[in-house]
Design a protein around this ligand. Structure first.
Ligand SMILES: [Zn+2]
Ligand SMILES: [Zn+2]
Ligand SMILES: [Zn+2]
Length: 87
């Protein structure tokens, strides 16, 4: 049995952090983009557990699943030249 060479899928997909670490090593241009979904807030929605929300000031309290509540993420512009980067 020969093991296939260059089969990256079976080795597990690298995480975004692993990819970025490789990009940094390669000297790629990394920038921090504000999250397109939450606009940098890290929160996207309000959910107080009530079916009918009657909060006077419903503040978002649902963590953004795009940036995991960080409000932004690092992106490699060398690998993603088409990327929309929000400031
Ligand atoms: Zn890169
Ligand atoms: Zn509410
Ligand atoms: Zn976000």
């Amino acid at each position: 049995m020969r093991t296939p060479v260059g089969d990256t899928v079976s080795a597990g997909n690298p995480t975004t952090e692993q990819k970025l670490a490789a990009c940094k090593l390669a000297g790629h241009f990394i920038t921090n983009s504000a999250c397109w979904q939450c606009g940098g807030e890290g929160l996207t929605d309000h959910d107080c557990g009530e079916d009918t929300c009657c909060c006077l000031n419903p503040e978002p309290n649902i963590r953004c699943d795009i940036c995991e509540g960080k409000g932004g993420y690092d992106i490699c512009l060398t690998c993603n030249p088409e990327a929309d980067v929000y400031d």
